[in-house]
Structure formats: structure tokens, C-alpha cells
Design a protein around this ligand. Structure first.
Ligand code: GDG
Length: 491
């Protein structure tokens, strides 16, 4: 860790003055499973929230409460369902919450990912709510609450994350009013006309409003949230309740770690493997990295690539696009159909334009090691990040940080939260395929001098604000609130 980052974290620790930090997420940062030979192996689940929080917890210490989703998770914990992680450098405690298969289906796949996820992303035609799923959501939030209450002292700081746990702040405050409970929402917050589609929206708002602080990535989500409060409740109700402080805190990445990672021998080995296997020498390389999720705009990107190869025959045989589609929420039907669509489109492009020695689109339908991703970032002349809507998007930031050879240009959707802070990228609108194809072309065809200037500016922009600054900003606000509370002042 660089000295600057270390100082940022030390500063955060000081603010806590003896209070412990307990963080709560649905997804756990480390999962244990049985390998084929019977050994227990530990892996890191894919996802933006755990990717952002793990380096922070490794530096801060404390307790992380999350669903124990790994097949061997129960075999490695102590009698209070706890284990020290990461395995190679145990630095904080992971406490696991156990969910039944029924709860996973109804709370996680059902209420959270068939209801709240598409709702927050404005994709109302995909939204599905059922009363039995709501009951599972309430029950699982209670399970998380009881796990947190086991671990947190009366005046500790509890940091709750994301849409899976909206009822938690109210449940925690009821039992231990001295806790400082802060909440970060990682995805977009929709306007009230959308949010009220959820039949339980008032209960959810009440749950989250018991927090002392609620953070979003960008000001627009803060405004939408406040608009929901104003329209769901009367003025009297709002004034009589203790409302949380609401502020934007745009998340970032561990910039220095990505830069260092991109230069390692292991990443260079992956680069060589990719170059040899897909005959990339002398070709322009494009890349995309996502969980296979319909919000990420992968089919739209493939359609734009098809148009590009149609309109620009000179790119045939010259431009290869590498796309990671790591499996996500595969038990949900919308996710099954997006996979079918991506496979169909990839096959169509490859059979229309491909040749014996050139595959236009290479799709990896599996979770790949992070070094493989870094190798793709480092090799790429263009990365396409084209979500239909996205809270922030860490891939855009990782790609820029990995540009140690200063050769890659980012094509970035106007609808990603990241577009607010990354100005040195080529914008695209994934809903309009022709102009989207033109944006990719601009990146591919940009002259070397211009490329270098754009990447340098992007790296300057991205390098000055890391995940440690994000956490520091959020915890500074949390500690101010905790300080005010201990002084007996209204927050
Ligand atoms: C949510 C919000 C917000 C992807 N495939 C593999 C893999 N990844 C890693 C990427 C990146 C992370 O997963 C994805 O982060 P995103 O931010 O793009 O997306 P979400 O998971 O949707 O995250 C998002 C974020 O929360 C944080 O607040 O930015 O808007 O939706 O780190 O590199 N990692 C590995 N193998 C893969 O196959 N190892």
C-alpha cells in the first residue's frame, strides 16, 4: 500500500476512537468450497461491492457480516460462525449468516434480484414482486440483524451495504439505539414514480431512514431518494422522524494496486497466452468485462460491433474483441435469456465475418482470474463499458488504472455513474447502435498522439481519487455523526 493510501486509512481509524467497525453485505468476500479431490478451497466471489470493500477491510480491521454461500463455508468457521480472512493474511473477521435454499430463492433471487434490482435500474418490465418473497426478505433481514447484534458493541459503527438489507438499520436501532448505523447504496436510486411500483416501498424507506447517514454514488441518486421521501410521507411524518444525512460519495478502486498488478510477471504471462491463443499479434484488441447482467449492455455492444464490421470492412481480420461474461444469478430466467442472446450474437458475428485465422469476438463464459482481466485491460486498444444504466461501474476505473503502456481508450456509456467523473473517454449511447458503433470506431482509429494525451489525462483524473479516499470520506461523515451522538447532540 502506498504511503498516501496508508495515511488515509490511518486517519479513518483515528476518527473511530475505540469504536469497532462492523460492515454488512449480502455477498461474502471469501467463500469456501470442496474441490474435486475433497480439499477445501477458498475463492473470491465476483462483484463490485466486495471488490471495493475487501482492500479497505484488510487495512481497517473489524468484522464483516455476510451470507455464507460457499459449499464448505460451515466446515471452516468457529462456533459463532466466524473465520479470520483473507487466508494468506488474516486481517479481519468474517461472520457468516446461514440461509436456507428457500430463503436464497425467495429473498436473494426473488425479492432482491427479480424485484429491487430491475426496479432500481428503471427496467420496470422485468420487475416482479410477490408477497411471499417480501416475507422472506423481512425474515432474512432479521437474521442479518441478529448476527450483527451478536458482534457489535452498543456504541460501535455499523456500515450496511446495498438493496438486500434495507430493513436492517431500523431493526438494529430498535435493539441498540446507541449504534451509529450508516448505509451505502451501490446501484442507481430511481425516481419516485418508479420506486412506488414496489408495494412495500414505504416499509423499505422507513427501514433505510433509521440510518444516521445514507450515501449514494452521485447527486442525482440523492435527489431521487429525497424526492421519494417527500412524496411517500407527509411533511409532518418527515419532521417528526430523525431523518438521515444524505450525501454523494462516488466509489473508486485501489488504483495503485491495479497499476502494480498490471505490471506483474503473471499478467505478462496471461498477455502472452491470450496473444498466442487468439492470434492477436498485429491486431487491434478490444475488451469488455462484466458479470453477465442485462443492465451491462452486452448484447447492445455486440450489435454495435456487428454494425462496425459491416460499415468498416477494413477492420475485418484486424480487430478482435475479448469479452468476459462471468456467470451471475444464473437461476433467474432473465439471466438465462441474456446468456442465450449473447451466445447467439457472438456466433452470428463470428460466422458472418470470421475466417480460419481470425475470430472477431471471443467470449469467456466463466469467471476468470483477475490477472486475466488485467492482461486484457493492458493489451486492449479500446475497452467498451456500455451499461444501460449503472450505479458507478468499477471496470471503467480499473481499465484506466491498468493503462501502464498508455495505449487503451475507453468508450463509456453516458448512463454509467462513472460518466460523471471520467471526462477523458469517448461517450456512447448503447440504445442507438449506429452512433455506438461510431464511438467504438473513433476509439479504434484515434491517432497515437491523441490517444496518449487522452489516456494520460484519464489516468491523472482517476489516479487522484482512490477507494481509500471514498471510504475515508464516508467514514469521516460517519464519525462526525458518531461524535455528535456521543456528545448528546442531535444528528
Ligand atoms: C455494483 C454496481 C458499482 C467481473 N468479472 C470478473 C471479475 N469482475 C469484477 C470487475 C469489477 C467487478 O467485478 C464489477 O464491478 P462493477 O462496478 O462493474 O459492477 P457490479 O458488480 O454490478 O457492482 C456498480 C459497484 O457495485 C460498486 O459500488 O460500481 O455500479 O452495480 O471489479 O473486475 N473479477 C474476476 N473475474 C471475473 O470473471 N476476478
Amino acid at each position: 500500500m502506498e504511503q498516501n493510501d496508508q495515511e488515509t486509512i490511518d486517519f479513518s481509524k483515528k476518527w473511530f476512537k475505540g469504536r469497532n467497525l462492523v460492515i454488512v453485505t449480502n455477498r461474502e468476500p471469501y467463500a469456501h468450497s470442496h474441490a474435486e479431490d475433497g480439499d477445501i478451497v477458498c475463492s473470491i466471489p465476483t462483484g463490485g461491492v466486495t471488490a471495493a470493500m475487501d482492500p479497505v477491510m484488510q487495512e481497517m480491521g473489524g468484522t464483516w457480516v455476510a451470507w455464507g454461500s460457499g459449499g464448505a463455508d460451515k466446515d471452516v468457521v468457529d462456533s459463532r460462525s466466524r473465520i479470520k480472512v483473507p487466508p494468506i493474511k488474516p486481517s479481519y473477521t468474517l461472520k457468516r449468516v446461514w440461509l436456507s435454499a428457500n430463503e436464497v430463492a425467495n429473498y436473494y433471487s426473488g425479492y432482491c434480484n427479480e424485484g429491487l434490482w430491475p426496479l432500481a435500474h428503471n427496467l420496470v418490465s422485468k420487475v416482479r414482486f410477490d408477497n411471499f418473497k417480501w416475507k422472506a426478505y423481512v425474515r432474512v433481514n432479521r437474521k442479518f440483524a441478529s448476527a450483527v447484534l451478536d458482534e457489535a458493541g452498543d456504541r460501535d459503527v455499523v456500515w450496511v451495504h446495498d438493496y438486500h438489507l434495507m430493513l436492517l438499520p431500523e431493526m438494529l436501532k430498535k435493539e441498540k439505539p446507541g449504534l451509529t448505523v450508516v448505509f451505502f447504496w451501490h446501484i442507481p436510486w430511481p425516481q419516485h414514480d418508479i420506486f412506488k411500483i414496489c408495494p412495500d416501498h414505504k416499509s423499505l424507506l422507513r427501514g433505510i431512514c433509521a440510518s444516521d447517514l445514507v450515501g449514494f454514488h452521485i447527486p442525482r441518486y440523492c435527489r431521487n431518494f429525497q424526492e421519494c421521501l417527500e412524496r411517500a410521507f407527509t411533511r409532518e411524518q418527515i419532521w417528526s422522524a430523525a431523518m438521515p444525512r444524505v450525501e454523494p460519495f462516488p466509489i473508486s478502486i485501489d488504483v495503485r494496486d491495479i497499476e502494480r498488478g498490471a505490471r506483474t510477471a503473471r499478467v505478462k504471462k496471461f498477455m502472452k497466452q491470450l496473444r498466442d491463443r487468439y492470434r492477436l499479434d498485429g491486431r487491434i484488441v478490444g475488451c469488455g468485462v462484466e458479470r453477465l447482467d442485462y443492465t451491462k449492455g452486452i448484447p447492445e455492444r455486440l450489435e454495435a460491433l456487428e454494425i462496425l464490421f459491416d460499415k468498416r470492412p477494413e477492420l475485418r481480420g484486424k480487430f478482435t474483441f475479448l469479452q468476459v461474461c462471468s456467470p451471475s444469478r444464473g437461476e433467474i430466467s432473465e439471466y438465462k435469456s441474456i446468456k442465450t442472446r449473447v451466445v447467439e450474437l457472438t456466433n452470428r458475428i463470428n460466422s458472418r465475418f470470421g475466417s480460419d485465422d481470425w475470430t472477431p469476438v471471443v467470449a469467456f463464459h466463466r469467471k476468470v482470474p483477475f490477472e486475466h482481466i488485467l492482461a486484457m485491460y493492458r493489451m486492449a486498444d479500446v475497452a467498451v463499458v456500455s451499461p444501460l444504466v449503472d450505479g458507478m461501474n468499477l471496470v471503467a476505473k480499473e481499465f484506466i488504472a491498468a493503462q501502464v503502456d498508455e495505449k487503451g481508450i475507453l468508450v463509456l456509456s453516458e448512463f454509467a455513474g462513472a460518466a460523471g467523473s471520467i471526462k477523458n473517454a469517448i461517450p456512447c449511447n448503447p440504445f442507438e447502435r449506429d452512433s455506438f458503433a461510431d464511438s467504438i470506431y473513433r476509439a479504434v482509429a484515434m491517432p497515437p498522439d491523441e490517444r496518449k494525451a487522452m489516456i494520460r489525462a484519464a489516468r491523472d483524473e482517476a489516479g487522484s481519487y482512490t477507494v481509500f479516499d471514498w471510504v475515508n470520506g464516508f467514514l469521516k461523515a460517519a464519525s462526525e455523526i458518531a461524535g455528535l451522538k456521543s456528545a448528546g447532540l442531535e444528528v
